[in-house]
Design a protein around this ligand. Structure first.
Ligand code: PBG
Length: 326
């Protein structure tokens, strides 16, 4: 054949392929989500998330030696609270010395250079298992935002670097920004969960936190998987309200949404590679149906290709180890 264009020439060896690669993964892009629980000496594997654990604070600190050694720069902490500490107003979230705030303080004291992103939402502390205050089966918006502001300030006081409101209430980014600024935390960043969908892919995470909704679903606040235009509208609002970074969640089934935000906004875009996406690959790999490592790297790379600057992923440690080997 008399071909002028032979695209295969740029694929002919590992060296050429490396040279022309358009996207790559770096450990600098990863945020590692971790679960903390009460007790001492506890390291409990989450059934639906093989390789991911709930740690008591002492064990978390041990685990972090390894995480930091791998070059991971940021973790995202989530607390698992016993049922008896939960109530309708998530009161536990701002109690002085409570597990979550104590964990932030202790991690910061031991690893001052490690960034800590926190979770701002009521569900870990809510007896209703919802992200907001429930009244007559409805989730109250503005009243919830007040609680979220207190939570954010308490977390900033404990040493959080990045506040992550994962609740999807309207107007919370601006209110949280103002509350942080008023309390003197002008340097504490906000990672807005901008386009967070009402997704079945959060199942394993809710196991990890025992935080599944006690009734109904989260569709009156989390987004409809059918929509992308609405994500841009949410992003407009979060941008105007002062978000430093914006997130799309889940990631793998929403690559088009990542792309849409990356194209339209000039702040870092984050992909949350959620628990169900992790569990799918792990389950298939355990059955010998997929090469787990290769599928993981391909999944993560797809998020970079779509435009993600940052990836929150339970694979962070594993992927970091592979990247370190080179
Ligand atoms: C709740 C929250 C959820 C996740 C992070 N924060 C679950 C939910 O909205 O029900 C899910 C993360 C994951 O699945 O990995 N505020």
């Amino acid at each position: 054949m008399d071909l002028v264009r032979r695209p295969r020439r740029n694929r002919k060896s590992a060296a050429v392929r490396a040279m022309v690669a358009e996207n790559s993964l770096s450990v600098n892009d990863f945020i590692f989500p971790m679960f903390v629980m009460e007790g001492k000496g506890v390291k409990e594997e989450i059934k639906s998330m093989p390789g991911i654990f709930r740690f008591s604070i002492d064990e978390l600190l041990k685990e972090l030696e390894e995480v930091v050694e791998l070059g991971i720069k940021c973790i995202c902490l989530f607390p698992n609270y016993p049922e008896e500490k939960k109530d309708k107003l998530a009161s536990e979230s701002t109690v002085e010395g409570t597990l979550y705030l104590k964990a932030i303080e202790e991690v910061k004291a031991k690893f001052p250079d490690l960034l800590i992103m926190t979770d701002v939402a009521m569900d870990p502390y809510s007896s209703d298992g919802h992200d907001g205050i429930v009244e007559d089966g409805e989730i109250l918006n503005d009243e919830t935002v007040e609680i979220l502001c207190d939570m954010a300030v308490a977390q900033a006081e404990a040493g959080a670097d990045i506040i992550g409101p994962s609740d999807m209430m309207d107007g919370r980014i601006g209110e949280i920004r103002e509350a942080l600024d008023d309390a003197g935390f002008t340097d504490v960043s906000i990672m807005a969960y901008t386009a967070k969908y009402a997704s079945a892919f959060y199942g394993p995470f809710r196991d990890a936190l025992d935080s599944a909704p006690k009734f109904g679903d989260k569709k009156t606040y989390q987004m409809d998987p059918a929509n992308v235009q609405e994500a841009i509208m949410e992003a407009d609002i979060d941008f105007d309200e002062g978000a430093d970074m914006m997130m799309v969640k889940p990631a793998f089934a929403y690559l088009d949404v990542i792309k849409a935000l990356k194209t339209n906004f000039d702040i870092p875009i984050t992909a949350y590679n959620v628990s169900g996406e992790y569990a799918m690959i792990k389950a298939a790999a355990q059955n010998g149906w997929l090469d787990g490592e290769k599928a993981m790297m391909e999944m993560l790379l797809s998020m970079k290709r779509a435009g993600a600057d940052i990836i929150l992923t339970y694979f962070a440690k594993e992927a970091a180890a592979i990247l370190k080997k080179g």
